[in-house]
Design a protein around this ligand. Structure first.
Ligand code: PLP
Ligand code: ZN
Length: 394
């Protein structure tokens, strides 16, 4: 085995039972309880090697946080320039709701036009480093496009399983990037089951979100960037469009790491998970006071990224929403479309329906007195409306 270059990653630990796992071989779920694994770092060592101030001179991509990412420092990442997205003041939309401090983190400006690039850049870099050659993923759409791009960049095979009614842009993008695409009559959960059934025989490494430990590491950089862009003072409220929940879970992990590093204090934003009326398992579980979510029946919404009827990280999301004194809200598709058409002219952003759902949810939060006019509020626009043309011209 080749020697491992300098790295602050120490081990993986199970988010449910705490069992320790080695990071130096390919890993999926906990071998004891089949729950997600998290990466652990020598944060004292990171703190000695890196200061907040030193970040300012580094490249504008998520790799500027290199010491808190899992890839050994002397390895070249598989990169297309992901991360470093702008945090934009949504002054006009905010004013229409009486909110002076509304901000949008515009993740449509990533490679392949969505925040899925963050997770895939880090996960594909690690999978390649640890010797995987064939990568497989079930996807609602955007994660497929991102995997196709990063696998191509890495010189690895991508096997992508999508529901047949995934937006056409995602399907065409994956094919044109050279991925093997299989369309499934069903939902993302059916795509995942197909991969699980075939992966051993085919020699695929399963990159399903939270079923390997490093997509969440890429997504956590949303939290690092946000803190840095807000001068190390986290906002009061975050709205995040939630499917598998990897971004929400990743940001929360980043906040804890940054507090341990002494980069931020103990204050946390109130985290709100936004889902579609037609697929709202987390909203239902939150309202029921449950610690995990029941599979949502007959899931449907044009916000394909939110069409996730069952998420393996449900218990982590629900814990974060409650610990942060946040919540969970559902928005119907018509309202998402209407809101897209309002955000565009006001802010110059053609947001994905998932992003629009968060803008729409603000109205509900405002009306119920859940947010104050001077709160610092951040919305994640996780993708681009360009990938969802069917929603506008069926
Ligand atoms: C545009 C968009 N927003 C949000 C999501 C949900 O992301 P997460 O799995 O991090 O909850 C997805 C997932 O496919 C997506 O494509
Ligand atoms: Zn476990």
């Amino acid at each position: 085995m080749r020697s491992i270059g300098e790295v602050f990653l120490t081990h993986l630990s199970c988010t449910a039972c705490g069992r320790r796992h080695e990071w130096s071989q390919l890993q999926n779920l906990c071998s004891v309880c089949a729950k997600p694994l998290f990466a652990n770092y020598d944060l004292a060592g990171v703190g000695r090697a890196l200061t907040r101030e030193a970040l300012a001179t580094r490249e504008k991509s998520l790799w500027r946080y290199r010491e808190v990412l899992p890839l050994p420092l002397d390895e070249e990442p598989v990169s297309l320039g992901e991360g470093g997205t702008p945090l934009l003041h949504a002054a006009r939309f905010g004013a229409s709701l009486g909110l002076a401090n509304l901000w949008v983190k515009d993740e449509a400006q990533n490679p392949t036009q969505s925040f899925k690039a963050r997770g895939m850049a880090v996960a594909v870099s690690m999978a390649k480093y640890l010797g995987a050659t064939k990568l497989a993923v079930p996807t609602a759409g955007n994660a497929g496009g991102a995997l196709a791009a990063y696998a191509a960049r890495a010189g690895l095979e991508a096997h992508i399983f999508m529901p047949r009614d995934t937006p056409r842009a995602n399907v065409i993008e994956c094919r044109e990037l050279g991925a093997h695409v299989t369309l499934i009559d069903g939902l993302i959960t059916d795509c995942a089951a197909e991969i699980a059934r075939r992966k051993t025989a085919e020699g695929w490494f399963d990159l399903s979100t939270l079923k390997e430990p490093y997509r969440v590491e890429g997504k956590k950089t949303l939290g690092y960037e946000l803190a840095e862009q807000m001068d190390w003072e986290l906002p009061d409220v975050i709205l995040y469009p939630t499917g598998g929940g990897t971004g929400l879970i990743g940001m929360w992990k980043a906040f804890d790491e940054m507090e341990a590093l002494g980069w931020i204090g103990a204050k946390r934003p109130r985290m709100f998970s936004v889902q579609a009326e037609g697929c709202a398992p987390i909203v239902r579980a939150f309202e029921a006071g449950a610690i995990s979510a029941v599979e949502f029946p007959d899931a449907r919404t044009c916000a394909s990224g939110l069409r996730v009827p069952k998420a393996i990280g449900d218990f982590l999301m629900l814990r974060i929403l409650r610990e942060s004194n946040g919540g969970a809200l559902a928005v119907d598709d018509e309202e998402m479309m209407r809101t897209t058409r309002e955000v565009g002219p006001k802010e110059g952003l053609f947001v994905a329906p998932e992003g629009a759902a968060c803008f729409a949810a603000l109205r509900t939060l405002g009306a119920s007195g859940n947010i104050a006019s001077n709160d610092q509020i951040v919305i994640f626009n996780t993708g681009s409306g360009i990938k969802y043309l069917e929603c506008y011209e069926p």
